[in-house]
Ligand binder design. Structure first.
Ligand code: MFK
Ligand code: FAD
Length: 498
């Protein structure tokens, strides 16, 4: 009989995830832990089902139809099955709404759901992240009319009323440097603001709303002159004619996610707050989507390692299963160690976020959250690519073959480091955060951690890194160029240390 290799099987992503289960067991009060179990179990089941479905599916890209047979502009997008199931699953298991409950654990519990749902969702988590960010930015704006209008949709637990929001920032002239935004906001004769311009990347183009940066007509140049607007995209069942989808991007990965180039031709818009400092107003959104990015990057690592570990028990080489080859086992162990550090950091951010949002965090925890958010995003983004690449190699040639479903892991992982602020931009953002109480906050966190921990060796190593970082920051405080040139090295060091 000819030899046939067993395919890797996906262990239950929730019940077999030692890290997630032990984090939740030791952090959550018993009743909350028990209540959460049902959703996590169901999302884990869905993830397993989606992995099996991957093997038999054919079409993996959304399709845009711009015109109907009679010449009407329709801009209709057909979505993949997972995307069509997205609103049902999200609302049934409160993937988004749970994060806005009044509990310090709300964010941790929400992100446990996100972690399990992400890969099965085929990056439906991308617009979910932006919707969560929009809800958070709206709350921070204190704009009661918009809060009453949009939040019941964004946080809905009913698919019939659930809305997605986009985040329209990037333009041709600048994605990192949004101060170069060319989109103009102009008031019509009725005093209604309308947006005119082109947004170069819009990932939730099927959403019902968006937050968009635009320059009020006559305002000056640069970042501070930008305003932040809320827009709606649909008129009943039809897309508003003032929003045109030019085309869907042909991307390296995230194929199921419809990322579009769009034109705004007078789309009605409402300012969230003052008609300036739009980036300051959108910052709460950025920090939320960056937390999602970190958790989703960690979810990609978990998937890659889980499959590689399983395969190592099924594949034989040189007379024994790969898992019994010392060097292969060591390779997997090294991957696991890096993954566990990233997991701990990303989930620490979500726990801090919950405490800060509920107003129960100590001041040093708020400063710590501000610093750890970019660090977690930038470090997990890079690590996901490295670990997914390593995991593919664990399958040998099979890891390079499309219909194993494995190459997609690597292609998709590449996006984590690019969107929501590239590694460099986030390294510079960490400098922004370090300019405040960042170093002291880290130091205080270490002291607090030490009081419940007797690992003196780790503590002194961390203190040593913090001392070196503080000395370096002080030395270069007045020299912007060397400070920026070293920002990535500093950020990665601090992230690993954290
Ligand atoms: C599946 C995983 C889920 C992920 C989904 C993601 C979907 C993808 C969607 C996108 O990619 S959306 C586009 C994301 N774009 C970016 O992230 C932009 C990247 N560029 C930056 O982050 C720049 O640093 C930034 C545009 C924010 C600012 O650059 P500037 O022009 O140099 O502005 P400036 O003057 O430094 O900052 C303006 C204000 O914002 C300042 O406050 P003040 O007005 O009070 O002085 C800053 O302190 C504040 N700020 C900036 N970043 C902040 C922040 N405040 C809090 N937190 C931050 N992170
Ligand atoms: P640039 O800003 O031109 O950056 C080019 C390079 O220069 C990068 O390596 C960057 O790190 C580096 N760089 C820039 N400034 C500095 C500096 N000061 N110091 C050192 N290095 C620097 N955007 C949205 O608004 N909404 C969306 O829905 C959305 N969806 C996306 C979906 C996908 C799949 C992708 C790939 C992108 C999406 N984006 C979206 C855009 C994304 O946020 C931007 O591509 C990203 O912020 C980078 O901007 P840019 O492409 O203009 O690159």
């Amino acid at each position: 009989m000819e030899f046939l290799q067993d395919a890797p099987q996906l262990a239950h992503p929730y019940r077999r995830d030692r890290l997630l289960c032990s984090l939740l067991d030791r952090t959550l009060p018993m009743e909350r832990r028990a209540a959460l179990d049902i959703d996590l179990d169901a999302l884990g089941d869905y993830a397993q089902l989606a992995w099996r479905r991957l093997a038999s599916s054919t079409r993996r890209k959304p399709v845009l139809t711009q015109w109907d047979a009679w010449g009407h502009r329709v801009d209709r997008i057909e979505l993949t099955a997972a995307w069509q199931e997205g609103p049902q699953l999200t609302t049934r298991h409160a993937v988004l709404a749970a994060g806005h409950e009044a509990s310090e654990y709300a964010r941790l519990e929400q992100f446990a759901r996100v972690y399990l749902y992400h890969l099965a969702s085929e990056f439906y988590t991308c617009p979910l992240a932006m919707t969560d960010g929009a809800a958070t930015a709206l709350k921070a704006s204190g704009n009661h009319a918009l809060i009453e209008r949009a939040l019941p949709h964004f946080l809905s637990r009913d698919p019939a009323t659930f809305w997605l929001s986009g985040q329209w920032m990037t333009e041709n002239a600048g994605g990192s440097d949004v101060g170069r935004t060319e989109t103009v906001a102009r008031q019509d004769s009725h005093g209604q603001w309308r947006l005119y311009g082109r947004k170069w990347f819009s990932s939730a183009v099927v959403g019902e709303a968006a937050l968009a940066l635009a320059r009020p007509e006559g305002a000056g140049t640069g970042t501070a002159a930008l305003a932040l607007f809320y827009v709606e995209t649909m008129e009943g069942e039809r897309r508003k004619p003032e929003l045109q989808i030019d085309r869907l991007k042909d991307k390296l990965g995230t194929h199921e996610l419809p990322t579009a180039e769009i034109h705004l031709r007078g789309l009605p818009a409402w300012p969230l707050g003052e008609l300036a400092h739009g980036v300051r107003q959108v910052a709460p959104m950025l920090n939320i989507t960056r937390s999602w990015n970190a958790i989703c990057a960690v979810a990609s690592m978990a998937r890659a390692i889980s499959l590689a570990r399983d395969y190592a028990t099924r594949r034989q080489a040189f007379g024994r299963p790969l898992i019994e080859q010392p060097l292969h086992a060591q390779t997997l162990a090294d991957m696991q160690a890096e993954f566990e550090g990233a997991f701990a950091l990303a989930f620490e951010v979500t726990h801090l976020l919950g405490r800060v949002e509920q107003g129960i965090a100590a001041p040093h925890e708020a400063a710590l959250l501000r610093l750890l958010t970019p660090l977690a995003k930038l470090w997990t983004g890079k690590l996901a690519v490295k670990l997914c690449s390593e995991a593919l190699e664990c399958f040998g040639g099979a890891g390079y073959i499309e219909d194993t479903g494995l190459p997609q892991l690597l292609r998709d992982a590449q996006v984590y480091a690019i969107w929501e602020g590239t590694t460099n931009v986030l390294s510079l953002d960490s400098l922004r955060a370090l300019g405040g109480d960042g170093p002291d906050a880290l130091r205080q966190a270490v002291t607090t951690w030490l009081s419940g921990n007797d690992d003196m060796h780790a503590a002194s190593a961390i203190q040593h890194v913090l001392d070196a970082a503080t000395r370096w920051l002080n030395t270069h405080a007045q020299q912007r160029n060397p400070l920026e040139a070293g920002a990535r090295g500093l950020a990665i060091t601090l992230a690993r240390c954290a």
